[in-house]
Design a protein around this ligand. Structure first.
Ligand code: C5P
Ligand code: ZN
Length: 457
């Protein structure tokens, strides 16, 4: 038995012995799927539970939890970074997380403790899936674990899920809840008209097509691919020959625009679908599912997303679809703002300050989507947005920069700490909250720190 499974077993035993159970999870797709996995496993084990979603853990939230310590708290997709405080406050806890940990304890389930990379080999939902398997027969939850991993962009580094994620994909296939195949990686294959899928592509950025509706329709006409039947055709409506024509056409277009080969290769990769979900809906495609979840959780409606993960295709699903439309509008507005405002370029990073114009919970997504279309694609992008308790910072890099030494989790953590804030995350994506007024000092420190990371490799 792998040491990680042994630890999962111990955590599961702790849960099964506990009285009341309270689940605390993170407000993103990985956090929601993590919560859905543990809550489903608890229901199946005949256990009652309560659930709470938070943006990030801080001491005041932990103090609230500590006050109610007759309960066992199960932290999912967060908690590892606050392990010291959790222990100090004497909180009775199981922590199932994949962020870089501050310490360890016997009820702490985290891949980093076992030298497994939590940025791309397993997600919060993945590690919680291991916990659920230790709680009972829960193999059919592998689909949710993959949605969480894809939501955290864990498939991007190698164009497919690797490491323990790969084993989870295997379990999902065996249980007939997951299908994987090489396909176009663009977003919206289930639900968007093909021309819209091209038009909205930001990663990879399609020269001459991204952002230009007329050019996308002309491109499809030009290569002889139907884009309109009784209604607009989606990717899933095209036949194999047409799909091939689109892929070849896009590659040609990128080559003639001088896009480097390794970036063009990213047009095709492994994609994950959930065959038990209805065709043409958001929940059928792992990537679209994760966006649907973000559209709930990032707007204080995590419980709606949780209900969808746990099978609601009725009222809460409809609510989620409405929230998704709003989320899309906000993202487009946010990207347009970054485009018109531009970015400030320093030696080792670029940044923009959205003030109160972009909601702090989606500024990281906007930063990620803007990185390929504004400023310098060879620098990480840092975004600022106002929040109630200071300034929210989001950092997004890419794997070329990570190979050169970039670790945003480490650099955002130390730059934030240096100005009295908190920060952390993964090498390629990280966040922080810093005090109002600390921005210029923070960005100066961060620029220096990223500079030394990039020089050190
Ligand atoms: O908030 P944002 O989306 O920018 O966060 C990017 C990543 O960094 C997420 O995985 C988040 O959990 C992590 N993060 C963290 N500590 C923080 C802020 C963000 O670990 N203080
Ligand atoms: Zn996560």
């Amino acid at each position: 038995m792998h040491r990680l499974d042994k630890r999962a077993r111990h955590c599961a035993d702790t849960i099964l012995k506990a009285g009341d159970i309270h689940v605390v999870s993170h407000i993103d797709a990985d956090g929601l799927t993590s919560a859905a996995i543990i809550c489903t496993a608890l229901e199946r084990a005949g256990r009652d539970y309560s659930v709470e979603f938070v943006r990030q853990l801080d001491v005041s939230i932990l103090e609230g939890i500590a006050d109610n310590n007759s309960t066992l708290t199960v932290f999912t997709d967060l908690g590892s970074g606050m392990l010291d405080q959790i222990t100090k406050l004497g909180i009775n806890a199981v922590i199932s997380d994949h962020h870089i940990p501050a310490g360890d304890c016997p009820t702490h389930l985290n891949p980093h403790v076992f030298n497994i990379n939590g940025a791309y080999e397993i997600s919060g939902a993945g590690i919680t899936f291991l916990l659920a398997r230790a709680l009972g027969d829960n193999n059919d939850l592998a689909g949710l674990a993959v949605v969480g991993a894809v939501g955290d962009l864990q498939h991007v580094k190698h164009g497919k899920l690797t490491g323990i994620n790969r084993q989870i994909v295997g379990v999902g296939r065996e249980s007939s809840v997951l299908h994987c195949q090489r396909d176009l990686t663009l977003f919206g294959k289930q639900t968007r008209p093909v021309y819209k899928m091209l038009q909205y592509s930001s990663d990879p950025y399609l020269p001459g097509l991204t952002g230009n509706e007329d050019a996308c329709i002309a491109f499809l006409k030009d290569i002889g691919v139907r884009y309109h039947g009784e209604g607009w055709l989606r990717w899933i409506d095209l036949n194999d020959e047409e799909k091939k024509k689109v892929v070849t056409g896009l590659m040609r277009q990128c080559i003639s625009a001088g896009i480097p080969a390794y970036k063009i290769e990213r047009l095709v990769g492994e994609v994950y679908t959930l065959p038990r979900e209805r065709e043409g809906t958001e929940t059928r495609d792992a990537s679209e599912f994760s966006t649907l979840l973000n559209a709930t959780a990032r707007y204080d409606r995590a419980k709606t997303g949780l209900a969808v993960c746990m099978g609601d295709r009725d009222k809460e699903y409809e609510n989620a679809i409405h929230l998704l439309a709003e989320h899309r509008r906000n993202l487009v507005e946010g990207i347009n703002l970054v485009k018109s405002q531009g970015v400030v370029t320093l030696d080792n990073l670029q940044y923009f300050d959205a003030g109160s114009k972009i909601k702090d919970t989606i500024v990281g997504i906007v930063a990620g989507m803007s990185a390929s279309s504004v400023g310098n694609r060879n620098l990480p992008i840092i975004a600022f947005a106002n929040t109630d308790d200071g300034v929210k910072v989001s950092g997004r890099g890419n794997y070329d920069l990570v190979r050169k030494g970039l670790n945003l989790g480490v650099s955002l953590n130390s730059a934030a700490q240096a100005v009295g804030g908190v920060g952390g995350g993964h090498d390629v994506a990280a966040g922080a909250t810093i005090p109002q007024g600390a921005k210029s000092e923070f960005i100066r420190k961060l620029d220096q720190m990223i500079g030394s990371q990039l020089r050190s490799s």
